[in-house]
Design a protein around this ligand. Sequence first.
Ligand SMILES: C[S@@+](CC[C@H](N)C(=O)[O-])C[C@H]1O[C@@H](n2cnc3c(N)ncnc32)[C@H](O)[C@@H]1O
Length: 286
Amino acid sequence: MRKDLKSLLAGKLEPWELKLLYKSYDIVGDIAVIRVPESLEQRDGIIAEAIMQAHKRVKAVWRQVSPVSGDFRLRELEWVAGERKTETVHKEHGCLFKVDLEKCYFSPRLSYERIRIAQHVQPGEVVVNMFAGVGCYSIVIARHSEAKKIYSIDVNPIAVRCMQENVKLNKVEGRVVPIQGDAKKVVEERLRKIADRIIMPLPERAYEYLDCAVQSLKQTGGWIHYYDFEHAKKNENPVEKIESKVSKKLQMLGVDFYVPFGRIVRVTGPNWYQVVLDIEVKGTYV
Ligand SMILES: C[S@@+](CC[C@H](N)C(=O)[O-])C[C@H]1O[C@@H](n2cnc3c(N)ncnc32)[C@H](O)[C@@H]1O
């Protein structure tokens, strides 16, 4: 088990400073990404040193100074310690992902989701990953299932370039097919009615693309793995809230569906949750 930041820094920071510290940090390949409250910015060197001491493979530490934002879902990083590099290779489920943390989205926190989805994929399936980033879901699926093709769309050309390299690194050429462009346009132009399974890992905007996901499914139906963010008070269930919102839209689209599974992927803020729904579509008329 990885120690949290408060334990790593016990005895190195004042008790009041420890109280302000965010507990978690990410390690992607040999790079660590930390978040530090403004009042502790002077202490980021000590924090970085503690991480590098505890994790000998970490060669660079960067501080995240903005939330994830924009079409490409990027975050601003400021260098703290070690090498001044943002490019690395991350290992997950026996796969390798080359990623430039400054220019592409990547989160090691979705690791369980990637293998969970891969374990649902049946031999011979055609999968469309509408928001593929550097190809993590697609490559984990290719390596852990007998999927026939995994069309993998992303609007960020740098992410697609990394994805192309990752396809080679993981020897999944011909099965994972990187495509650069807007998912809606790509589906309309070349991926209508072909998929057994759709993955929608863009929680900020997946709702807008639901009709497009349905268009990409075979007319006999299939599965949609739908991600979204939801606010929920103590007495509310974020999964139920998302299911109700999505169900209304699918009913409007005339889709026959069933939601056998949903879960909270992670807590993203006070009363805010990232949620996934596995939606079984029985048949489509679009
Ligand atoms: C939250 S990231 C997820 C990336 C990847 N699936 C992963 O788990 O690492 C969402 C990705 O969607 C891409 N994106 C945003 N809008 C898009 C669109 N309209 N069409 C295709 N890709 C889009 C972004 O560039 C980003 O790489």
